[in-house]
Design a protein around this ligand. Structure first.
Ligand code: AMP
Ligand code: MG
Length: 417
């Protein structure tokens, strides 16, 4: 009996059809790093808020013709950063960088281009200075009332700088999807210091997901390790939902082994299995289901690289939709060497993207692609995706490449088509 496995693109469409953008919530600026803007930010103030000097120097007034080199001006006052409004008559004002330009003045000459003279205190220009020179006009960076940051922006320190400069106290951000992680397997040991009994291994998927999910925009509300019994799994599942999880991710126990009980547990929960098994490597046994209350369930196979692939290529796109983000556009990078695979599976390969002396990028498929090998993942800085139908690709072929996490991969633009 041969039947075609579900194509990963079709699987992703089924996943995304179950996902909707979560509502927006308010977030104080201090907590906004790493959140996704749900609404555009409108500048409540102008930036800079007043005309100020770009230089330490002298502020002057004049007509449309530049004030000539050699001219001398009586010094009438001094204006430092933080000084309030003042009004100039017709003389020069000594002014510091960032100081408010006294009303009536319209240009600044840098101190290096002047000579200070005494009795009476005055300044001689060593260069001409034209209207507007060395001024930072109010609103020249951002005019009050304009949209400065668009919905969908991941707030990074640069954005927080702008928001702080504009006096924005809180922003509207996408609510973070609430997730739970359940690791299955009676062989698993969580305590890092504990000695391993024969047959035991350490739980590496749990710490990996707990670290990766918040970086991917989710809030991890519950995490638990259980054995291979349906009852223990169901009890853990109930605790995950009590903790507020709207998406539950499990690892292990979705393949064909005698103890792969997750499909049975889901049946007992009354879940609708949306798919089980995909034409991918690694991670083929991936299972996706919806619970009667709307909770979404990803059953990832237990192998660590299968978990990483399930997270990166199926869970993260779901998170993007929940965060109101558009589909990710992969990079296209040429392979450093020939690559041969068997057809009818899409491969997700640990890869290293490197830059040559001309600035050209290429992707090297790393040694050690087996799904149990964790060390090679630490040498990878990207995933290379080899399409389902491909079997051999020549060196130099362009392949789709994804950064390690959807929110932390440079967006180089480009289109989907
Ligand atoms: P399973 O999908 O349950 O058959 O597990 C597949 C492989 O992944 C087995 O070798 C498991 O021991 C291993 N594995 C399962 N869960 C974890 C985990 N949380 N951390 C590390 N390895 C795991
Ligand atoms: Mg298992």
């Amino acid at each position: 009996m041969s039947h075609e496995l579900l194509a990963p693109e079709a699987a992703l469409r089924l996943i995304l059809a179950e996902c909707t953008a979560l509502p927006a919530e308010n977030c104080a600026l201090d907590d906004a790093l790493g959140r996704v803007l749900a609404e555009a930010v409108i500048a409540p103030e102008a930036l800079p808020p007043f005309d100020n000097s770009a230089m330490d120097g002298y502020a002057l007034a004049g007509g449309s013709e530049p004030l000539p080199a050699g001219s001398e001006w009586l010094i009438e006052g001094e204006q430092a950063a933080g000084d309030g409004a003042s009004r100039a008559r017709h003389g020069a004002w000594e002014i510091m960088t960032g100081a408010r330009v006294p009303d009536g003045l319209d240009r600044v000459i840098a101190v290096e281009q002047t000579e200070r003279l005494d009795a009476p205190p005055r300044v001689r220009l060593k260069a001409a200075v034209a209207a507007g020179d060395n001024l930072r006009r109010a609103g020249s960076d951002v005019a009050q009332g304009v949209a400065v940051l668009a919905a969908g922006i991941l707030l990074a320190p640069n954005h927080l700088m702008l928001l702080a400069a504009l006096g924005v106290a809180r922003v509207r951000v996408a609510t973070r999807p609430r997730l739970a992680v359940l690791c299955t397997g009676r062989e698993l040991v969580d305590a890092a210091g504990a000695a391993l009994a024969p047959g035991q291994i350490r739980n590496s998927n749990g710490p990996h997901l707990a670290a990766a999910l918040p970086r991917a925009g989710a809030e991890l509300v519950h995490r638990e390790t259980v054995g291979d019994e349906v009852e223990a799994f169901l009890a853990a599942f109930a605790r995950a939902r009590d903790a507020g999880a709207r998406v539950v991710i499990s690892t292990g126990a979705v393949s064909m082994g005698r103890y792969d009980f997750v499909p049975e547990a889901l049946q007992q929960l009354g879940a609708t299995a949306i798919f089980h098994k995909l034409a991918i490597r690694p991670g083929k046994p991936l299972l996706f289901a919806r619970l009667p209350d709307g909770t979404l369930f990803f059953g990832l196979p237990g192998n660590p690289i299968a978990v990483a692939v399930g997270l990166r290529f199926f869970v993260e796109p779901a998170l993007r939709t929940m965060l109101g983000l558009p589909h990710e556009v992969p990079w296209r990078v040429s392979l450093t060497a020939d690559y041969a695979k068997k057809p009818r599976l899409r491969f997700h390969l640990k890869a290293r993207v490197a830059m040559d002396a001309q600035g050209g990028l290429s992707a090297q498929v790393l040694e050690g692609q087996e799904s149990y090998r964790i060390r090679s993942l630490t040498e990878a800085n990207a995933w290379a995706v080899i399409p389902l139908e491909a079997n051999t690709l020549a060196a130099g072929s362009l392949v789709e490449v994804y950064g390690p996490s959807h929110l932390h991969s440079p967006d180089f633009g480009g289109s989907h088509a």
